[in-house]
Design a protein around this ligand. Structure first.
Ligand code: HEC
Length: 152
């Protein structure tokens, strides 16, 4: 009788241990999945679908300047990458980020404030005139994608 009780107690303990092990494995797998999904989210950054626009002559020139100096971070068509935000985004509509914000960004860089990418380094190799062409390019793309001035 006593022996049977002890046996039963041992089996119960074994079951508890097994349950604990299973619980830990489940916990580990869930935690790993959460971490993986978080990091892939961060790694891929924010990108948007951009509809190409029929560009003016100035904007075509701006696109070339943009591709050479800005697309590395802001992506082709300014759609964003894992290094910088999309500029074809409502945050950058002309009412919220005027042309002046673009001149300042290129001349002085930008301290991270809207996004988790970090600071934007100054792009002093790009002249003010060239930045003006980039602005034409971004504004025409924005307009083609329904991003228009809003007052704040
Ligand atoms: C090395 C990466 C990198 C390059 C190259 C780069 N940018 Fe940026 N840019 C960023 C990041 C990151 C931000 C977002 C900062 C934030 O708001 O958190 C940003 C923000 C901006 C902003 C928003 C400024 C504001 O006031 O919030 C503008 C405009 C901009 N970039 C334009 C440009 C232009 C034009 C070029 C090319 C001449 C360029 N960027 C090149 C990384 C880059």
């Amino acid at each position: 009788m006593k022996k049977r009780n002890r046996l039963r107690a041992m089996k119960k303990r074994q079951r508890m241990v097994l349950l604990a092990v299973v619980a830990w494995i489940v916990f580990g797998v869930v935690a790993a999945l959460v971490i993986v999904s978080r990091t892939t989210e961060e790694d891929s950054g924010v990108t948007v679908q951009v509809t190409p626009a029929a560009l003016s002559e100035a904007a075509v020139k701006g696109e070339a300047v943009f591709n050479a100096n800005c697309a590395e971070c802001h992506g082709p068509n300014a759609a964003g990458t894992n290094l910088g935000p999309p500029l074809i985004h409502d945050i950058y509509n002309p009412g919220h980020h005027s042309d002046q914000a673009f001149y300042l960004a290129a001349a002085n860089g930008v301290r991270a404030h809207h996004w988790p990418y970090g600071d934007m380094p100054a792009q002093s190799q790009v002249s003010r005139e060239e930045v003006g062409l980039v602005i034409r390019y971004i504004r025409e793309l924005q307009e083609a994608n329904g991003i228009v001035a809003k007052s704040y």
